[in-house]
Design a protein around this ligand. Structure first.
Ligand code: ZN
Length: 201
């Protein structure tokens, strides 16, 4: 399986990165080796001095598809989860300056937190989500704040790569990204229901 991550999909986050809203979805990949094993703590890697949390809604692909028509995109997913796209921000900045790929800042081991449970998207009337760090809310948004909707993302990404059953799409982070430190506790919520918990070591 592959993990597709969308960049700058919330206006306020694009702004906090010193950028503007993109005209088309921006995406990159994380390998399956980036998945943090369930209930493991996250160990800050020794190659970065500035690892940021990015809380993101995650879509699970349930049907094989390529060049998916926008009107049929809904047939390709029914479950939504929540996770963290851990990002070595100091390294990402250097990659951007040099025009290099982002993998060493984004695709490293344990950089993808994925909630244990996924929720039937049709059972939710609205989708609010937030991330608490040490009991205080640091990131908070609603699915409607996405610049590109889930359907638009699926339509766009599937022009370039086949989506397979079990693939995950991290749909971008809202504003409020920030560094994690040893001893921090991160908790993710969808509609005030706690859906993951990660300790930083
Ligand atoms: Zn992200």
């Amino acid at each position: 399986m592959k993990i597709i991550c969308i960049g700058k999909n919330y206006l306020e986050h694009a702004k906090e990165m010193g950028d503007i809203a993109p005209e088309k979805p921006i995406f990159f990949l994380k390998p399956d080796s980036a998945i943090l094993p369930k209930r493991n703590p996250f160990y800050i890697p020794n190659f970065s001095n500035e690892v940021h949390h990015e809380v993101e809604l995650i879509i699970k692909i349930k049907k094989l598809g390529k060049c998916i028509n926008l009107n049929f995109a809904k047939e390709y997913y029914s479950e939504i989860g929540l996770g963290i796209d851990f990002t070595a921000r100091d390294i990402q900045k250097k990659c951007k300056e040099k025009g290099h790929p982002w993998e060493i800042a984004k695709a490293f081991d344990q950089s993808a937190v994925i909630s244990d449970s996924f929720i039937d998207i049709n059972s939710l009337r609205d989708i609010n989500f937030h991330l608490d760090k040490n009991g205080e809310t640091v990131q908070k948004s609603n699915i409607k704040e996405m610049i590109f909707s889930i359907d638009e993302i699926i339509h766009y990404v599937s022009k370039y790569m086949t989506l397979k059953i079990g693939d995950l799409i991290f749909t971008g982070t809202p504003s409020g990204v920030g560094p994690v430190n040893i001893g921090d506790r991160l908790e993710g919520f969808i509609n005030d229901k706690k859906i993951f918990n990660v300790n930083i070591k």
